[in-house]
Design a binder for this molecule. Structure first.
Ligand code: PLP
Length: 379
């Protein structure tokens, strides 16, 4: 990936939107990257707009739906979306728009009939995430998009968590817009994409230059775009590994923790979720304390999403699933990736019970200590 980027940080510094030859040469690579990102989701390259991040994709999709349909002032989303939707919705409400946040079931599932009933004549867009970033729970986007089509309402999905984990085929999904963020595919941070189906009316969110066929102003971040293209290829190639090896590691890790540590529960559906995510609630302790304990032994995990780190509020996702605030505060998200190994999961399984026991003030008769120098388990 880095090798793919380097030429565009050194020799090929031309501006792809310029008329001179040197820039046009760079433009070819931008288009090559666009084609690869498009291929990852079975889209036409002309349907792919590069953005700076997933947040921009979500905000742009919703904004465009409202701007291109001025008579429609209602947005339908869910109570478990990323803050890119939650806070954008709140900002829209302040500006006089109506936003409905659909509730979810205790296992994180969405009631599709309720969604259907909640679509109104003035609904401009239904924006529902495909997979939840905290629990990994997957929503049935194909069904949701079909409902939207039957009602003539635009459908957007935040698919930021899915590349490399779910097969993305925008034609099968039937959505009008879909957002991605490249750092979830191990590409650099600060680049994303928004798929906009052909013939969908679109109004740019960033208004300025004519880049991205007039759909997003701003000079192109060429090196990051090229990296995103390469990452898209790798994500397609890694799909099988995520769904077999990584899933098996996640399942083993989760099963062992649930069996060996008392008072731990899984949050979210066991079956309808991403292959890499496990969200566990540890009774009687604060997640932050567990995270510090894990960090001290070189294991990176999180509570909630990185975008809400530092907030003392319990996760809005877990509260929407009906967890008591104390239980939500004790929830940790462990997510694995294609670079994690079985030894790293062993290491986590060895360290975690002692950390939890110490925090609960219990004595812990640990298992055999792992060899020194082993890499941490969870990223
Ligand atoms: N949506 C989901 C589901 C996410 O997990 C994230 C980031 O973690 C975002 C949106 C926002 O993406 P970005 O940080 O690239 O703006």
């Amino acid at each position: 990936m880095v090798e793919a980027m380097v030429p565009f940080l050194s020799d090929f510094w031309g501006n792809p939107s310029s008329a001179y030859h040197f820039g046009r040469q760079v433009a070819k690579h931008v288009e090559g990257a666009r084609a690869k990102v498009a291929e990852m989701m079975n889209a036409d390259p002309r349907e792919v707009i590069f953005t700076s991040c997933g947040t921009e994709g979500n905000n742009s999709a919703i904004n465009s739906a409202l701007m291109t349909q001025p008579g429609k002032r209602h947005v339908l989303t869910t109570a478990v979306e990323h803050s890119a939707n939650m806070k954008f919705g709140a900002a829209l409400q302040k500006r006089g728009y109506d936003v409905t946040y659909l509730p979810v079931e205790p296992d994180g599932a969405l009631d599709i009939h309720l969604l259907e009933k909640s679509i109104r004549k003035d609904t401009a867009i239904v924006s529902v995430m495909w997979a939840n970033n905290e629990t990994g729970v997957i929503f049935p986007i194909e069904e949701i998009a079909a409902i939207c089509r039957s009602k003539g309402v635009l459908c957007h999905t935040d698919a930021v968590q899915t590349p490399g984990k779910l097969k993305i085929d925008v034609t099968e999904l039937g959505v009008d817009m879909l957002s991605l963020s490249a750092h979830k595919l191990h590409a650099p941070k600060g680049i994303g994409a928004l798929y906009v189906k052909k013939r969908t009316k679109f109004q740019p969110y960033l208004i300025g230059g004519g880049q991205e066929q007039g759909r997003r102003g701003g000079t192109e971040n060429v090196a990051n775009m090229v990296a995103f293209g390469r990452a898209a290829e790798l994500a397609m190639a890694g799909l099988h590994d995520e769904n077999t090896r990584v899933k098996a590691l996640r399942d083993r890790m989760e099963k062992t923790i649930l069996a060996e540590i008392p008072d731990v529960v899984r949050n979210g559906s066991r079956l309808h979720r991403l292959p890499n995510t496990s969200n566990l609630s540890f009774g009687g302790i604060e997640a932050e304390a567990i995270l510090i304990g894990l960090d001290n032994v070189g294991i990176c995990a999180s509570s909630g999403s990185a975008c809400t780190t530092g907030s003392l509020d319990p996760s809005h996702v877990l509260l929407a699933m009906g967890l008591k605030p104390t239980r939500a505060r004790g929830s940790v998200r462990l997510s694995l990736g294609i670079y994690n190994t079985a030894e790293e999961v062993d290491y986590l399984q060895e360290e975690l019970p002692g950390i939890v026991a110490r925090l609960r003030g219990e004595e812990h008769h640990g298992r055999v200590k792992h060899a020194k120098g082993t890499r941490p388990a969870v990223a």
